[in-house]
Design a protein around this ligand. Sequence first.
Ligand code: NAD
Ligand code: UDP
Length: 324
Amino acid sequence: MSRIKRILVTGGAGFLGSHLCERLVAQGHDVICLDNLFTSQKSNIVHLLDKPNFEFIRHDVTHPVWLEVDEIYNLACPAAPGHYQYNPIKTMKTSVLGAINTLGMAKRCRAKILQASTSEVYGDPTVHPQPESYRGNVNPIGPRACYDEGKRAAETLFFDYHRSNKVNIRVIRIFNTYGPRMHPFDGRVVSNFIRQALNSDTISMFGDGKQTRSFCFVDDLIDGMMAMMNGPDDFVGPVNIGNPDEFTIMQLAEMVCELTGKSPKFHHKPLPADDPLQRQPDITLARTKLGWEPKVKLRDGLKKTIDYFKSINFDTFRAPTPNY
Ligand code: NAD
Ligand code: UDP
């Protein structure tokens, strides 16, 4: 096993963060999970709380925190559109001040730091699929801008700390990821469709369902994230981490219906403002530089996600915002 490290995971109680903490704890690292529990809950990490190499700190990343660590994964940020649009100013502060605070810590501790950026930096893309060299088509004043521009500004800060202060950075651009521990009331398409199929007789279809997304199963995503953190120092990114298998939202809905054995009606709603019409990662860079590519097919990942949703009691989850 590699050297035991002290690792901070901001946003560590969230969907992706909890899977990452689990993997790092299993590897024997000393893991600090920092989270304000805005869009998550302790149940995601309850199985880790009694481990001697895991600790949880309830803290808001927009405020400085003084810790001694070797590595930082900066994941703290609401990620679902309904969550990040609920308090857009806070979302921008979380991305920008969160980056400044964690980068400052990385600089002081000489820690390596990874930023969880997003395919949203490409906005509603005019280049398809999206390579990292594409500079994007983001509406800077629209309802998604607090998240898209916040994440773009965070990338800028990462590269400026790298150039100016020699901070050892990594930047990954995550494409739509799904799996167990998605919040049932996050309003994202996979969680919404599964919860609605299991629990009601309608599925909320925004627009005509012809818009596309490419869905990555959480285990593959965490593999890619850790491969990047542990990859060569001369490859700092940004690198796309996602599954290039592209589906229309209608195809996703039909697969969820088939796998749950339910036949809900589609309740059509208008497409939200600035909703990207297509999204598919070009993962050539991740394949060549990291030797990483996703393995889990959508059908198999959905089965595991549906099993998780069947295993939880929706009544025990607090909806983080009214937007789901
Ligand atoms: P999530 O909402 O489940 O996790 C985010 C976590 O950050 C939550 O636990 C939340 O409570 C915490 N958080 C939010 N604001 C905070 C603050 N100010 N201080 C401390 N903690 C705070 O979402 P996720 O899907 O796990 O996303 C994790 C990261 O990955 C985010 O940065 C997101 O932008 C990025 N990402 C995710 C996806 C995806 O498809 N899941 C896609 C692109 C990027
Ligand atoms: N969507 C939908 N019904 C829902 C939730 C989302 O049709 O109940 C659509 C949404 O308009 C978008 C796609 O599904 O086109 C993915 O939405 P999500 O919020 O999961 O993530 P995004 O990729 O837009 O950030």
